[in-house]
Each structure stands twice: as C-alpha cells, then as structure tokens.
Write a protein that binds this ligand. Structure first.
Ligand code: NAD
Length: 500
C-alpha cells in the first residue's frame, strides 16, 4: 500500500479531504513511494483558522514558555537528526551526509530562536521630556505563512517557523509537494516539545493552496523561498493583498578566481560547491570566472577532481552525489548540456545519459563541465539547478566584476585570491547579498541574515538573523507620562505637542 502524507492542523494529522493527491517519488529508483494530500481552499482555511485561534493565546505566552519549548524542540531535533536526514534522502535523493548537513544548518536557526528573549528586548528612553518616558517594543503579527522549495525540505522551513513562533506568531507551512515528509516530522517534534495545538500547521499542495494563503485575509505575512518567477509572483500578489512579504528566488552564483589564487584549493572548492547535492542548491557555484591566463590550468584541475565523483543512491554511504529530484528536471538539465556546444561552449565533461547499475529508473545525470561559455548561452543565462558547471574566461578583475554584476541574479558570490586588497574591493563592489572570500558557499550563520539581491530576493528583509526577527514583528512606540502632584495643573493646549 502506498504511504500517505497528511496535513498537520491544530496539533494533529488531518487526512486530505479534497480527494486530490500528488505523487512523491524516490529519485534513486524512480518509484512512487508516497502520496501527498493536496489541500483545497477549505482545508487551507481550516489551517489558518486553527492558527488564528491559537494566536489568541500564543501571542500572550511568556518568553520563558516559548524558549523552554524551543530548547526541548532543539534537543528532540538533535536526537532525530538521522531519522530526518533519512526522510530527506528518500524523497529528495541527496546523500545522507548532505542531508545531515541540512538538518545541522536548520538547527542553527533553532539555536537563534532559543535566544529570542535577547532579540526581542525593547528600548527605553527615560525623561525625554518632564516625567515622560518612551519605549519601543516589537509585537507579533498574527498568522504568518511559509512556502518552501524542494531542495531543502527541512532547513528552509526551519529558516522560518522557529523564529516566527518564537516571536509570538502562529504559522502555516506549505512545504514542497515533492518531498513533504520532513516538514510533518518537524511538526510532530514541535508538538512533542510542548507547542500548543494550532501554533504550527502544515498544509500540503500546489498552486491552489499557495494562492489561498496569498489571498487569505487572516494571513498577515508570507515568507517564500523558491524559483525566481514564483518568488516574483508571490511578492506581487501578497503585497497587493496588503501582506508583508519576503520572497527569496533563484540564483546563478559566480566564483571569481584571480591569477594569484591557490588553484588547487579553488578547484576543490569549485567542485564541492558546483556538484554537491547534484547542483540543486540555491548557493551552488554554477559559474567559475577565471581571470587572466589561469583558465586552462584551472579547468584541468576541476576536470580531474570532478571525474572522480561517485554517483549513486543517497542512502549508500559511498555515494558522493545522488540523483535529481524528478525525471523531467533531469531531462531539462540534460538539454542545457546537449545544446551547449551549439551555443559556443566547449564541453569538457558531458554527464548526460549517465546510469547507475541496479537503479536504472532513477533520475540520474552525471557531471558536466562546460568551458569558455559565452555570456549569452542559455547554459549561462538560466539557472540550471543541476550538476553543470560553466567556466567563463575574462582578462582582468574589473572584467570579472562587470560580468558578475551584469547577471540578473545576486544571491551568493565568491572570490578566490591571496590578495587582501582585491578581496576587500570585491566585497564592496559586487552586487550580491552574500559574499565569500575563499569560501565558495557563503551561507551566513543563523545570527547573520541570509538573502540575495536583484532577482534573487523580492522584499525588504533577508531571512533569519535580525532581519528575521524584524520581519516577524511589528514596531510599537509607547510614550508615557505619570504626572506628579507637584506639577502645574493640566490645561487645554491645541498646539502640537513639544518636548521640553
Ligand atoms: P518552485 O518555485 O518551483 O517551488 C517553490 C514553492 O512554490 C513550492 O512549495 C511550490 O509548491 C510552490 N509553487 C510552485 N509553482 C507555483 C505556482 N505557479 N504558484 C504558486 N505556488 C507555486 O521552486 P523549487 O523547484 O521547489 O525549488 C528550487 C528553486 O528554489 C531554485 O530556483 C532555487 O534557486 C530556489 N531556492 C532559493 C533559495 C534562496 O535562498 N534564494 C533557497 C532554496 C531554493
């Protein structure tokens, strides 16, 4: 019998009532292992209603109560790392060590949420005028929604709900329909940690569920992570409906390699960052920009390393790279490699047609390396989201910066060099939200916010860190006077209040 993934509403599993289900596939075998319930408008409404009802109480919960629950959740998450990583591998396909890394990075945001009391500390100015004090406080918004992508089914939800809930909001998550199980397990662990019913809800589904969250008058804010076209749509629609929105989109992350760089270290970094998780990371390096005469040597070093990557099922501990999420996505990725030569690129490694013995129906593709890729080739202009690395050649540092800044994406970028002055210039001149200096995947730690520029993020706030707390709260300023009996008697004064 096929396993079914249900919604999580009001603190319990709720069977789908719409009669619509989506298939969840094991990417290593190509077999449909699970059906996931797709929510109707009524089912989304039920989740939002449960969250709204819970908010009436949760908004008044003490910081001590919230952090106690989060510390317990943290311990449970820590104890269930392996189990959650296995759920991720079974539906996403990434190798177990990579899935464990994802859980660890999600846990960092839980750490941050455990310290919410410090972040929510208000400000107080005493005696701004005679016997007048002013305090600034931050309060929760109400019901907030999160819509998340397939590529980090545990980490990206954890970029959102621990902090939102710690700030006193209640949450409705719509995870990716391609790998929905990890998010439900996280909801179960939150309940086990003592979270009151209705504070965290999970509804599964497609555009129907997402559109209802964007329309629902009781949803006050939307956090989205996914591809650029959908991020733009979410930002436009939710903003038009009067909601606060942060919508993180796709990427094309560049790694600029200067002639003085340690080329072995740069090649190691490029291979790890391009082919890890089969390139299905929003912070994957997908374009290496080689400066000056180092191009041939660098490409050769990348090729030597990339050829040795062991491709296989994610639950085989010897595998370094797993399959892609769906067969359709695999075919799309392959089409970029197939068309690259006609677009003027040199195909150094062609990963199309790769299979794995015993897993012939899996969504496999091998390693592809494209050199001398023209800037107008689709392999460069589009986000491929697969194990395809483009190398572009430029003459100077300035040419490299111009090339990177001309990209419509601005998520992460890296420079590899031994020159501190060049690295410092790069930090200031480059148009991207996250910069690595000799670090290929500069995903910020939990207490620094994550977010891109340009088409990689729509909205004013990056996610988690101080931006996260700010996004999930509203400011309020309270001006207080307690008159003293010795004060002059009050009188009517129609002038604009002045402080003196
Ligand atoms: P996606 O945009 O297809 O889906 C993301 C979410 O939106 C899913 O929950 C999906 O059900 C929903 N969705 C899809 N189509 C929709 C539509 N027409 N209307 C309403 N909702 C819709 O993204 P994906 O394929 O799941 O994830 C990969 C993408 O996410 C890549 O582009 C990657 O770069 C990006 N991503 C970005 C970041 C970041 O931090 N910037 C992080 C992870 C992934």
């Amino acid at each position: 019998m096929t396993r079914i993934v249900n919604h999580w509403i009001g603190g319990k599993a709720v069977e789908g009532a719409s009669g619509t289900y989506g298939p969840v596939t094991d990417p290593a075998t190509g077999a449909v292992t699970t059906k996931v319930a797709f929510a109707s408008v009524d089912e989304v409404d039920a989740a939002v209603a449960a969250a709204k009802e819970a908010w009436a109480t949760w908004r008044h919960s003490s910081l001590a109560q919230r952090t106690s629950i989060l510390f317990t959740f943290r311990a449970l998450l820590d104890a269930h790392r392996d189990e959650i990583a296995e759920l991720i591998t079974a539906e996403h396909g990434k190798v177990h060590s990579d899935a464990l890394g994802e859980v660890a990075r999600g846990l960092e945001i839980v750490d941050l949420a455990c310290g919410i009391s410090v972040q929510l500390k208000g400000e107080l100015s005493t005696q701004v005028a005679s016997r007048v004090d002013v305090s600034s406080i931050r309060q929760p918004l109400g019901v907030v929604a999160g819509i998340t992508p397939f590529n980090f089914p545990a980490m990206v939800p954890m970029w959102m709900f621990p902090l939102a809930i710690a700030c006193g909001n209640t949450f409705v998550l719509k995870p990716s329909e391609k790998d929905p199980s990890a998010s439900v397990r996280l909801a179960e662990l939150m309940a086990e940690a003592g979270l009151p019913d209705g504070v965290f809800n999970v509804v599964h589904g497609d555009k129907v569920a997402v559109d209802r969250l964007l329309d629902h008058p009781d949803v006050k804010a939307v956090s989205f992570v996914g591809s650029t076209p959908i991020a733009r749509y979410i930002h436009t629609t939710a903003s038009a409906n009067g909601k606060r929105v942060q919508a993180l989109g796709g990427a094309k992350n560049h790694m600029l390699v200067l002639p003085d760089a340690d080329l072995d270290a740069a090649a190691d970094a490029a291979v790890s960052a391009a082919y890890g998780s089969a390139g299905e990371r929003c912070m994957a390096i997908s374009a290496v920009v080689a400066v000056g005469s180092i191009g041939d040597e660098l490409v050769e070093k990348i090729r030597e390393r990339a050829e040795k990557i062991k491709i296989g099922p994610g639950n085989d501990p010897t595998s370094e790279m797993g399959p892609l999420i769906t067969a359709a996505h695999r075919d799309k990725v392959a089409s970029y490699v197939a068309g690259a030569a006609a677009e003027g690129a040199e195909v150094v490694l062609d990963g199309t047609g790769h299979t794995v013995d015993g897993f012939e129906d899996g969504h496999w593709i091998g390693i592809s390396l494209l050199d001398k890729v023209p800037v107008d080739a689709r392999a460069y202009t589009d986000e491929i989201f697969g194990p395809v690395l483009c190398v572009l050649r430029v003459g100077t540092y300035e040419d490299g910066v111009d090339l990177i800044n001309a990209s419509p994406f601005g998520n992460g970028t890296a420079i590899f060099t031994r020159d501190g002055g060049a690295a410092r210039r790069f930090q200031l001149e480059i148009e991207a939200g996250m910069v690595g200096v000799n670090v290929p995947i500069p995903v910020p730690v939990g207490y620094h916010s994550f977010g891109g520029w340009k088409d990689s993020l729509f909205g004013d706030h990056h996610i988690y860190g101080n931006d996260g707390t700010h996004f999930y709260t509203r400011g309020k300023v309270v001006t207080t006077r307690w008159p003293d009996p010795a004060d002059a008697p009050s009188s009517v004064d129609l002038g604009f209040p002045r402080n003196h």
